[in-house]
Design a protein around this ligand. Sequence first.
Ligand code: DLL
Length: 433
Amino acid sequence: MEHYYQPEIECASREQIKAWQDERLVKQVKHVYDNVPYYRKKMDEKGVTPSDIRSTEDLHKLPFITKEDLREAYPYGLVAVPLGDCVRIQSTSGTTGRRVVAFYTQHDLDLWEDCCARAIMAAGGTKEDVVHVSYGYGLFTGGPGLNGGSHKVGSLTLPMSSGNTDRQIQFMTDLGSTILCCTPSYAAYLAECIHEKGMQDEIKLKAGIFGAEAWTEEMRQDIQKSLGIKAYDIYGLTEISGPGVSFECSSQSGMHINEDHFIAEIINPVTGEVLPEGEKGELVFTSITKEAFPLLRYRTRDICVLSREKCSCGRTHVKMTKPMGRSDDMLIVKGVNVFPSQIETVLLNKGYAANYQIVVDRVNNSDTIEVQVEMTPEMFSDSLSQMAEREKELIGALKAMLGIYAKVKLVAPKTIARSEGKAKRVIDKRNLY
Ligand code: DLL
């Protein structure tokens, strides 16, 4: 067994996991209270002191941290160690005006890379593998995280970063990449290009570790089929470290959360009330081992369900479902909650690829939603009446899924821009905020 599969941790008993969490939580709350005046004020306002937190049962007493807090405390307000002890900064792209800057000590980087190493090993990675990392490098956590994890596993690491698809394919075939790490939308695009070049028999990939954006089960099946691999999901967020907060194992049925480092809760996003296991709600994380940027009860906005059911892989850490959308990315169209993942499910079930864009607008005080979908090359040769028939069929299927009318516009193959990082699926023109 390789070093970074850590059965003594990953398959520990629930009692052992709880004991680790209790002990680390108490220490972490004190660390934050003593060193982060911003959070100390929040605790004081709520009348909570570190001595009130004796175990995970007391977690609910602590105040939440939200993206708004991060913005208010930007850039250094939540750092819990002297800046001289920090060795790295990572950041989100900030495309929604919400740049997040996270800080790491060397110890934090080590633990983060351990988490990514676990993810790679859970996808079958060993030191014999060639790990092809096509997540962006730089401020984005995807490249650096998987790169560090791959080193820890001892795999030969290809730090490709994103972009230059021809070069990606060239390296992949020349060097015999066996594990591909990138966003699922980029994996789908790479697969498309590999098939176009007729090079599918020249690639040696056996697995992919795909995350950083929502993707459906249907998209997994498509990617697995077109690349001839097993596709594993990986989840994480900059605020809590980056990729590897949770990852899929061989059972491909939800992602194990690294519970020795992160305590997960599910809350009602409206009331903040903690929900029992098995209920759908917003995921909240408390990082119990981080030194530089330890967030307590951080509201991720990701909606999912937790499950402690026995996993066939033997790991005992709690599993989270794929995020079913974000509470803040959820579209409300004509008063109805619409998640882009619901639309993707319909499209893939109907034989389309995951190349689509959702355009929401408001005309005469009424919301409109249009789904632009790329036809496959085979469909493109359809007659106009066949196309009209296809649009009608999709409108019906979308209505059944969403409960509202969505206009459908079929567009020619390759007209929707491909992404090398996270795909931009939604254009909301309503300016509601
Ligand atoms: O996306 C970290 C990451 C990199 C994860 C590479 C996996 C692989 P951020 O840019 O801070 O960090 O974005 C975090 O992306 O709150 C989710 O909404 C979304 N997200 C991340 N992984 C998944 C996933 C990285 N597997 C935000 N499925 C999170 C669905 C995901 N959404």
